[in-house]
Design a protein around this ligand. Sequence first.
Ligand SMILES: C[S@@+](CC[C@H](N)C(=O)[O-])C[C@H]1O[C@@H](n2cnc3c(N)ncnc32)[C@H](O)[C@@H]1O
Length: 506
Amino acid sequence: MRKLDLAQALAEAFGHLEANRVGEAKRLARDLERAQPSLPGLRYLQGLVAMAEGDGRKAAQSLAKALAQTPDAVPPLLAMARAQALQQRHGPAEMAYLRLIALSPALAEAYDELGALYLACGRMEAAVGSLDRATTVRPKGAGAWYRLGIAQRSLGHWEAAARSFAQTIAVDDKHAKAYASLAGVLRRLKRASESVGVARQAVRLEPAEASHWLELGQAEREGGDLDAAVAAFREVMRLASDDIEALWLSAECLNALGRQDDAVAAYRRVLAQDPADRFGAALALAQCGALPPPGEASPTFIRTLFDQYADGFDRDLVEGLNYRGPAILIDAIGRTLGSGPFDAFDVGCGTGLLGVGLRPMTGRLDGVDLSPRMIAKARERRLYDELGEGDLVTALNRRPAAYDLVAAADVLIYLGDLRAVFEAAAAALRDGGGFAFTVEAHKGDGYVLLESRRFAHSLSYLRQQAVAAGFVSLLQEETATRDDRGQPVPGYVVVMRKTTSAPSRS
Ligand SMILES: C[S@@+](CC[C@H](N)C(=O)[O-])C[C@H]1O[C@@H](n2cnc3c(N)ncnc32)[C@H](O)[C@@H]1O
């Protein structure tokens, strides 16, 4: 081929690529390789062809050759960053994008794609920074606004996320996912009625998308229209027949509507579909009188519940519900057992709020919790010598006579029958050791399952269990560890001491 022909063929090949005719482009690239392998632009073309075929590794090889010829050329560098990202080589991709930004600070794609990369590897703060820049450089980029909203949402920056999703819609009013995401964030911000309207837009734009109907159902439920919510959940189940979340939410709405038989049937279907019971259907069925009350909430339900809460737990509980269980328990321990130092086990330690008060009075401080995400939060505090994931009874039984203090702040409310807990606490304590805990108060006998689906225990029941497991009571006082709808939730704070010889149970 003559020089002119070569240049023409190269331009033609790029044209084919642009028009998505990858085969044609590839054929021309092969001809050009045979005619003049060092032709400027050829390696870049080959890199783009490989990218179009989804072969990131081959693309990176060609692009490396292109960049060896022209190290500061923006198009091959952008293609290289994409080739690395395609191979999930996050480090080299990040380097390439950062170099690109240094070379071309107004290149919106670079900020946007770097932000998407950070999103994919969970670096949310960095994602927000990069996507924020992308939207400043190119305010009309709906994708960048949407991704910015996703990153802000995952950081719990609800107001900012709402603004970003609204901006996405302002740029592209057909962006159904942005409507659905905005609806979810508005619900979170307790702006339920706005959320309904926005969710309706999502289903109008993409009526076959089950997740939009799920969002609409939740918005309707929180907006108080339970019949509309049930109808939306029915639509989810029509589109995605095995959607257990819609089935569960529908059961909850039917229950609230007083349609007990329909609710029980739906709860039963949930439990049949998920015998590990992550939604707590057995508790709901017990409340409806359709099953005997279980001895405890299902561990899968507890794990799911607290994994969901983990990120906002400290803020929501302490600020939202005025949670003060740890301070109440620390005070009771100080008044009865003294200031230590104790070897202590914080069972159901959650995010470690109790550990903050316990640490100064402990030699060794261990913690256990069912929820891995709560444990991860507790680990960030660097207070505990050992933190384990699992059930507290099992964990206590594994450590015979290892502790001077076992403490449980707002944990036993998820268990009804406390016999195994008392026995396990006695086994884990040294003689004379203390067992300190809070519970919700039941004024009758035994224990009951409350409407909140937590358990409440009577003082007589606690006394009975204590004696049977070999404890003497040091303190039992009325208290309230948190508020519910502005009212203190009645409870007890209890401290017991293990006696030297525990009686055997009959
Ligand atoms: C309301 S939070 C209290 C957390 C912490 N004690 C505090 O005061 O901040 C209850 C915690 O108990 C945990 N939990 C409930 N039942 C449990 C069990 N059987 N074994 C271990 N952890 C349990 C939950 O996962 C959750 O983290």
